[in-house]
Design a protein around this ligand. Structure first.
Ligand SMILES: *Cc1c(COP(=O)(O)O)cnc(C)c1O
Length: 357
């Protein structure tokens, strides 16, 4: 058997070279005579591995010393709670833009801990466009948004202007295009879409926003985690190792600017196919709101969906079933998906249309 093209929304496929390198290094890492998964997170070897991984992440994403990078567990969902707990401070309100499933979940989570002001909501378009108008209160602690909505397939082409520090969930689009980290107060992202495997969550936070908190659970306390180099307790060590392998792979691809070009070509190829006829229907018609990374679509005749998915699997195209909230199909084009994988998908789609259309 050979590895198929994996369009899974998350956890997502990894580049073949990353898989094989991790396989080769799993039982004995370099001269350690043990696996990365078997050593103390406080050993000199692991601390050096983590230091080098942090340096490469900072280099590839352009993260300055004004920002702390935390290597935590708990997923993006954990951060949806940790953010209001850490950042609302004296002011008890935060502003949220709702542009789909994940930003709505983040706002619902935050409501347990602070007053939530909805600064914009695209429910009236069923989350097929970004919110047209924003109403951002000057008095809130931060403005939260999900830069790419993994389920609904909408993505901000650029950050909206905001008088407040922007807190952004980049779980599905971190490292897929060049950003200016200085435009953000805080970025969080689970690793399992573009930076490795589930179990590691990155938090990139402007140090000036951190302050001592009274009575926070220690593992959720950004200040404590920063001061202990994300080692207040055992961090996800193997996931941090795998992040390093992914970052080296990304560097070999030419870095984020190069992969951004590739990601645009991949998205263009798929959207051109979807827009070419009426056999397939994209939910997001507005080009300005379309995600380059997660592309939900439907067969105009929904009765054909199960056959489409079964045939795709037979042709080595995995993970295309849509999220349960939308149904239909979803193709996720994360960094590790090669252009050839999207070309194979498009070829399969044309053939399926020719036979069944
Ligand atoms: C996948 C995803 C999440 C959820 O991540 P967990 O690791 O399951 O908590 C949150 N936000 C976005 C944008 C995602 O893509």
């Amino acid at each position: 058997m050979t590895r198929a093209y994996n369009f899974s929304a998350g956890p997502a496929g990894l580049p073949d070279t990353v898989i094989y390198q991790a396989q080769a290094e799993f039982s004995e890492y370099r001269d350690w005579r043990a696996s990365v998964a078997e050593v103390s997170h406080r050993s000199a070897g692991f601390i050096e591995l983590k230091r080098q991984t942090d340096a490469l992440l900072r280099e590839l994403l352009g993260i300055s010393e004004e920002y702390a990078v935390l290597y935590l567990a708990g997923g993006a969902t954990g951060q949806a709670a940790a953010v209001p707990l850490n950042l609302t401070g004296d002011c008890s309100a935060a502003a949220y833009i709702i542009s789909g499933h994940w930003s709505r979940r983040a706002a619902d989570e935050a409501r347990q801990f602070c007053e939530v002001h909805i600064a914009g909501d695209s429910a009236d378009s069923n989350y097929t466009t970004l919110p047209a108008e924003l109403n951002i209160p000057a008095s809130a602690a931060y403005l939260h948004l999900a830069e790419n909505e993994t389920v609904h397939g909408v993505e901000y082409p650029a950050l909206p202007p905001s008088p407040l520090p922007i807190v952004a969930d980049l779980s599905s689009n971190i490292a897929t295009r060049v950003i200016n980290v200085n435009d953000y107060g805080l970025i969080y992202a689970g690793a399992q879409k573009n930076l490795g495997i589930a179990g590691l969550t990155l938090v990139i936070v402007k140090k000036s926003l951190l302050r001592l908190q009274a009575s926070l659970p220690s593992v959720w306390d950004y200040q404590k985690q920063w001061q202990s180099d994300s080692m207040y307790n055992t961090p996800p060590t193997f996931q941090i190792y795998l992040l390093g392998v992914m970052l080296h792979w990304l560097q070999q691809q030419g870095g984020v600017a190069q992969i951004e070009q590739l990601n645009r070509s991949k998205a263009q190829l798929l959207y051109d196919c979807l827009d070419a006829g009426d056999f397939y229907v994209t939910s997001v018609q507005d080009g300005h709101s379309r995600s380059r990374i997660n592309v939900p679509f439907f067969l105009a005749d929904e009765k054909l969906t199960a056959d489409f998915l079964a045939g795709a699997e037979e042709n080595g195209l995995l993970g295309l079933k849509g999220h349960k909230a939308l149904g239909g199909i979803r193709a996720s084009l994360y960094n590790s998906m090669p252009l050839a994988g999207v070309a194979a998908l498009v070829e399969y789609m044309r053939e399926f249309e020719r036979v069944r259309g």
